[in-house]
Design a protein around this ligand. Sequence first.
Ligand SMILES: NC(=O)c1ccc[n+]([C@@H]2O[C@H](COP(=O)([O-])OP(=O)(O)OC[C@H]3O[C@@H](n4cnc5c(N)ncnc54)[C@H](O)[C@@H]3O)[C@@H](O)[C@H]2O)c1
Ligand SMILES: O=c1ccn([C@@H]2O[C@H](COP(=O)(O)OP(=O)(O)O[C@H]3O[C@H](CO)[C@@H](O)[C@H](O)[C@H]3O)[C@@H](O)[C@H]2O)c(=O)[nH]1
Length: 437
Amino acid sequence: MRVAVIGTGYLGAVHAAGMAQLGFETVGVDVDEAKVERLQSGRSPFYEPGFDPILAEQVESGRLRFTTDFSQIADADVVFIGVGTPQKADSHAADMTYVDAAVASITPHLKDGALVAGKSTVPVGTAQRLAEYVAENTPEGVTAELAWNPEFLREGFAVQDTLHPDRLVFGVTSERAEKVLREIYANTIEEDGTPVVVCDLPTAELVKVAANSFLATKISFINAMAEICEAAGADVTKLADAIGHDARIGRKFLNAGVGFGGGCLPKDIRAFSARAGELGAGHALEFLAEVDKINTRRREHVVDLARVELGGDLRGRRVAVLGASFKPNSDDVRDSPALAVAGALHLSGAEVHVYDPKGMENAAKVYPTLTYAPSAEEALAGAELVIHLTEWQQFRDLDPAALVGTVKQPIVIDGRNALDPELWRGAGWTYIGLGRP
Ligand SMILES: NC(=O)c1ccc[n+]([C@@H]2O[C@H](COP(=O)([O-])OP(=O)(O)OC[C@H]3O[C@@H](n4cnc5c(N)ncnc54)[C@H](O)[C@@H]3O)[C@@H](O)[C@H]2O)c1
Ligand SMILES: O=c1ccn([C@@H]2O[C@H](COP(=O)(O)OP(=O)(O)O[C@H]3O[C@H](CO)[C@@H](O)[C@H](O)[C@H]3O)[C@@H](O)[C@H]2O)c(=O)[nH]1
């Protein structure tokens, strides 16, 4: 079988390389010429652990190629759609222009029997609408079908999650579509025993936003507990350990701190709520507005803490921010809590020096007025306050004893509760965790 992947961002590029790695001849199509050129030369346009070698190897083998020419999908048996669905500029809803444009661009080139498999995260009802569009607009004599196959990969683990997902969801309208998808994913289904959930189109679309809503709710739940712990003088990390031992709750996604960000969780809960409203079921998801509010409050809380630690006025105060990407092992700064905090401090007049191992190039595009330091040590030099906001291993490994003499004032706010309080306090620092005494 031959595969095409439309949209070669974080999802699509890794999916395309994964498909090639599984032995399928694969073409990745994107409208971004620079991105396509870079990918075609075997170099990744973004940082994702383990991706570069697979990309280089598959492009080199000739099994994987990238183009801006949509007619190159003409021999594809399966065409995956992985273009962006960002939040609209003027509302909480998802911007569907990219998905609609991608489907309009491939439809004239689809071959008879092709399966279009949507992977982008979309408002429920999109798949049915696109299925009708494809059925009505394929060339004379061509019958093509549409399925929805949502993607659950995590950035930082994208390669592993693409090749060995926890589960597969096939939203289909025919046995044939299910059979094609089972063939595509035969490797993981047979070797890993990956569970497959076969369902209708709207259920497949909803599984994706339901999963992200649950994850976001879990994080905001523990951050709400952090607020209570702060008020009561309790420790949210111990609380999370204790409730997490209950297998029904589980410890994962109970790390309290500055909250969730990224190109998925924040915009997905908002788009889901907006769509529920359109369906007349907005009341069912009112709690997601609270989840969002708790999350935003965490960022504000860190800025407030910084202001208090610096005596009430941030103007002219030198602050080191460790972290720019929305999570470690990624260069993605979309809706990054670290950058939101750094930006707010800067707007309040602080002199902010940011360091991140991989996210600084992207950060500088979004926040060009912040100062970017070439190393963590240089960000810290002369700082009156250090704020740790993205828990890269490199930051966990910092030696507080070696750094204590380089700052003007040894105070650290650990916005991820990931540094060792005893170690930092033992080295002479004032350590402030979130939701911890
Ligand atoms: N990033 C993730 O971890 C992840 C995981 C699961 C699902 N998703 C979902 O997958 C989708 C893509 O996310 P992403 O993070 O890869 O986004 P991204 O912004 O990194 O990539 C999107 C790509 O689509 C391209 N594009 C836009 N319009 C196009 C068109 N008409 N034709 C061809 N290409 C076009 C863009 O140039 C860009 O390269 C979103 O719906 C997102 O919610 C993302
Ligand atoms: O206990 C936790 C866990 C995560 N986070 C934060 O939550 C955000 C999202 O983290 P994560 O979910 O690991 O990253 P993503 O790569 O955005 O992945 C999510 O979004 C993707 C896109 O939809 C889905 O495919 C994934 O399954 C889903 O986990 C990040 O800012 C994390 O710092 C916390 O604050 N506390």
